[in-house]
Design a protein around this ligand. Structure first.
Ligand code: NAD
Length: 295
């Protein structure tokens, strides 16, 4: 079989920058109309290093588009009741358009209780059952950031999706499952025939090889190898993993769930890691916050 040797990058950095320029314009219009900028708050409980990095980059992204942002740091010892009290305060706060509670929360706090307590109209992460239900029914809602960012990345690059076979590897509530719903809905991007693969799937390679569009969110470093991908496929790599690299100042580099070097030459389009899905996830959070402020 022939191998496609010239692949194109699904560049999340470039797409994110273009969308953020539009968000900044609309944020300025919101500010002019009602006297205050869109306002996002992020709650971080405890000292998890990765969570701190994620939250800080979300706050920085807010600043880059002229949003107001508030970072609320709570100690690891914060009880579930104390956190729920804060959540209820934020639900009532008229100066706040949307907020997120960064997951994971410490083990003594039930994340489901927290998600349920967040007012659906401020749930810019799109994790509340009301928003998930609305997404399934195709009603106005906040879409979960990562799958919605992938949809925007496909749209920005005019990727044809109708009638394609999309395979989503992973069925988490925040990535794989909503991704499968968005790709199958009657819209663009969408109208795919979708297969969801997961940890109990038998003979994964025979399924991924059927994918015109392959979205991988399994959290397994470089699990997708060239023999698992069809020639000319569109590959979206959601995975993100730090691996030690002494040649770098940071001491590590980032890799995805896809073995990029060997898979890319077979693809029509592929996301890099970093610079693919990651920047789009944050951009989607900004889009949701803008939407909340415009209502
Ligand atoms: P998760 O651990 O909640 O879910 C992983 C899913 O993969 C599960 O449904 C599991 O059934 C499936 N799976 C695991 N091993 C498998 C295998 N061998 N074959 C088939 N399926 C398998 O993970 P998640 O929260 O969905 O995140 C997935 C990855 O994406 C992680 O690496 C995470 O760090 C990354 N992530 C990145 C972004 C971003 O913005 N770039 C956002 C969210 C998650």
């Amino acid at each position: 079989m022939m191998t496609v040797s010239t692949f194109q990058l699904l560049d999340g950095k470039r797409c994110g920058e273009a969308l953020r320029a539009r968000i900044a314009q609309e944020a300025a219009a919101v500010k002019a109309a009602r006297g205050r900028a869109p306002h996002l708050a992020a709650v971080l409980v405890g000292n998890d290093g990765a969570s701190r990095t994620y939250v800080e980059s979300k706050v920085k992204a807010c600043e880059s588009v002229g949003f107001r942002s508030t970072l609320i740091r709570l100690p690891e010892s914060t009880s579930e009741d104390e956190l729920l009290v804060r959540v209820k305060q934020m639900n009532r706060d008229k100066e706040l358009d949307g907020y997120i509670v960064q997951l994971p929360v410490p083990a003594h706090i039930d994340p489901e209780k927290v998600t349920l307590a967040i007012a659906a109209d401020k749930d810019v992460d799109g994790f509340h059952p009301e928003n998930i239900g609305r997404m399934v029914l195709g009603q106005p809602c906040f879409l979960p950031a990562t799958p919605s960012g992938i949809v925007e990345l496909l749209r920005f690059n005019h990727i044809e999706t109708a009638g394609k076979h999309a395979v989503v590897v992973g069925r988490s509530h925040i990535v794989g499952t909503p991704m499968s719903i968005l790709l199958s809905r009657n819209a663009y991007p969408g109208n795919c025939t979708v297969t969801i693969a997961h940890s109990r799937t038998r003979d994964l390679p025979s399924i991924t090889r059927q994918a015109d569009i392959l979205v991988v969110a399994a959290g397994r470093p470089e699990m997708i190898t060239a023999d698992m991908v069809k020639d000319g496929a569109v590959v979206v790599d959601v995975g993100i993993h730090r691996v030690p690299d002494t040649s770098r100042k940071s001491g590590f580099r980032l890799i995805g769930d896809v073995k990029f070097d060997e898979v890319a030459p077979k693809c029509a389009w592929i996301t890099p890691v970093p610079g693919g899905v990651g920047p789009m996830t944050i951009t989607s959070l900004l889009l949701n916050t803008l939407k909340a402020a415009q209502r």
